[in-house]
Design a protein around this ligand. Structure first.
Ligand SMILES: Nc1ncnc2c1ncn2[C@@H]1O[C@H](COP(=O)(O)OP(=O)(O)OP(=O)(O)O)[C@@H](O)[C@H]1O
Ligand SMILES: [Mg+2]
Length: 145
């Protein structure tokens, strides 16, 4: 399954994340791909909110992940940009987060080669001029679901 949508604002991107929240389940690993400022964190924030996370959702800057409690269980929000960039990617740390979480959301998954094999969803966000973004949501074969 692959659905491509156009977003004209952060709110529209949030609405797409909310729509995906109805499809995801325990064990899912959701990859968020796209260039700097494409809207990965905006999408992750709205997805967490739609899944019932209470309070602010910010991208982890130090360390690999933030963890949030939600009705679905523990949500881990990872951002692998920095670690991937400086070659410090510790795959064990990533796997620890995925093991601990009931649902994982991963920004910059290219930082951890092979992660795609464990993922259930890929969301690809691309700049399309000014506030426009193209957002493709794809169900992957891998993962536990
Ligand atoms: N249609 C849109 N969807 C999402 N964000 C948008 C859109 N239009 C403008 N923006 C703006 O683009 C920025 C996206 O920032 P965000 O942190 O979500 O991106 P990111 O992909 O996580 O970046 P990074 O690679 O730095 O982690 C925000 O400032 C947001 O307001
Ligand atoms: Mg981000």
């Amino acid at each position: 399954m692959r659905a491509t949508s156009n977003s004209a604002s952060p709110d529209e991107t949030a609405a797409l994340a909310k729509a995906l929240s109805a499809e995801v389940g325990p064990g899912d690993v959701i990859l968020l791909e796209g260039d700097l400022g494409a809207g990965k964190t905006t999408f992750a924030r709205a997805l967490c909110a739609a899944l019932g996370v209470d309070g602010p959702v910010t991208s982890p800057t130090f360390g690999v992940a933030h963890r949030y409690d939600a009705p679905i269980g523990l949500i881990a929000h990872l951002d692998l940009h920095r670690l991937g960039e400086v070659g410090l990617m510790d795959r064990e740390l990533v796997d620890d987060e995925l093991d601990a979480a009931d649902l994982a959301i991963v920004e910059w998954p290219s930082g951890a080669p092979g992660l795609e094999d464990e993922a259930t969803w890929r969301v690809s966000l691309a700049h399309a001029g000014a506030d426009h973004r193209t957002i493709a949501v794809e169900r992957l074969a891998g993962g536990g679901a």
